[in-house]
Write a protein that binds this ligand. Structure first.
Ligand code: ZN
Length: 392
């Protein structure tokens, strides 16, 4: 196995600096695709609803076919950044024997942005307002057809379904933020642990082991309820081991620049794990189910013991709404809950110790209201809103 601390250091100084922050569009990645070296071949697979090109990037000469795609949900860009870091890493280190081995064992096909219209608009859905990850059977959308045609012709040995998850997910007891989560999807309603599913589980167990060194107790396992309309479930149903990546929230890192490195490390580890699996008759997947399941138990902020007019002393949760304003992604703090939040944790918590907040006379503490800052007597105001970097 490679030295993952050294890989993390490499990433720190060599990550693709043209891609920073959460709002990543085709404008950002196209120049990088255009200047990829001769190690890579690029082809346009087709066009999105709004006629943006969807490209695949192929490299390596080996017999094991790996297919990955990112930004199927347009606002989930962390794994796209990690893919370009991966391209850069392969290109910079291709002479090294361990890297060269990957290039001769595998042929990689990566679609870095399956939903470029959603990326532009910063939405999960495509331009026809369809969730592409619920369109795997009907394939009503051009983006879904492009992916289907690709996996049908390529017949991949493994698939990587690359996503991002919201800040609300935690793992373990007491819960920590689910910085990354994985799933080896079910391929039937009984969630049978088939041979193909077991391969995915073995790889995820291995990913978890590697990541525990860096982010202990912060790796989650996604719910494995079967839905044939999801792409991962469809592929697993065809006995193609598929791994769902979910890039989550590292505390304080709303740009997901820290999570990005763990996605990069995980991609490389998948390839190493697949090579290990090659030599095993029966993949061992024992530790997969010991990875704690994700649960929705976090808010961006929780204000404890706030004394509200007409309500009295209670807790208040604030959750960011991510909103694109021009080319800038803003995180709008909105009141999400007003209740005793004993089973929830804030990524940041403030205890007002029953003090009455000073607010404008016309402000009402209601769910959905924007709350930019809060102040109590004798203390500096706490400001909630943050902005993501953007590079345009
Ligand atoms: Zn997603």
């Amino acid at each position: 196995m490679m030295n993952y601390s050294a890989l993390k250091d490499w990433h720190n100084s060599h990550k693709e600096s043209a891609l920073i922050g959460r709002y990543i569009t085709l404008h950002n990645i196209q120049p990088l695709i255009d200047k990829l070296s001769g190690l890579f071949s690029v082809a346009v697979l087709g066009y999105s609803v709004e006629n943006r090109p969807i490209s695949k990037i192929t490299f390596g000469t080996g017999p094991i076919n790996i297919l990955g795609w990112s930004q199927m949900h347009g606002n989930e860009s962390t794994t796209t950044k990690a893919l370009f870091d991966l391209f850069h890493w392969f290109d910079s280190n291709k002479e090294e024997s361990a890297v060269n081995r990957l290039l001769t064992e595998f042929t990689f096909t990566m679609v870095p942005m399956l939903n470029p219209d959603g990326a532009e608009a910063y939405t999960r859905i495509n331009a026809n307002k369809v969730d592409l990850n619920r369109d795997a059977q009907d394939c009503t959308q051009p983006e879904s057809l492009i992916l289907k045609e690709l996996y049908t012709s390529l017949k991949p040995d493994y698939c990587l379904n690359l996503h991002g998850q919201r800040t609300i997910f935690g793992v373990g007891k007491p819960p920590k933020s689910a910085i990354v989560s994985f799933l080896s999807p079910s391929q039937d309603a009984l969630r049978t642990v088939t041979h193909s599913r077991k391969k995915g589980m073995a790889i995820i167990s291995d990913l978890n082991e590697m990541l525990q060194e860096f982010i202990p107790d912060s790796v989650g396992r996604y719910d494995d309820g079967f839905n044939i309309n999801c792409v991962g479930d469809t592929l697993q149903h065809k006995n193609i081991p598929t791994i769902l990546f979910e890039a989550g929230h590292f505390p304080g890192d709303y740009d997901r620049e820290t999570t990005r490195v763990f996605m990069f490390l995980s991609l490389i580890r998948v390839f190493e794990s697949v090579l290990l699996l090659k030599s095993e008759e029966t993949p061992s997947s024992n530790s997969y189910f010991s990875i704690p399941e994700n649960k929705k138990c976090f808010f961006d902020y929780i204000i404890r013991n706030i004394d509200l007019p007409e309500i009295g002393v209670t807790d208040m949760a604030i959750q960011f709404e991510e909103k694109l304003v021009g080319d800038q992604l803003n995180f709008i703090p909105k009141i999400a809950q007003i209740a005793e939040l004993v089973d929830f944790i804030g990524h940041l918590e403030i205890d007002l110790a029953s003090e009455k907040p000073r607010v404008p006379a016309d402000f009402s503490f209601e769910i959905g209201n924007i709350i930019e800052e809060i102040q109590v007597n004798g203390k500096l105001p706490t400001t909630f809103s943050v902005k993501s970097n953007n590079i345009l």
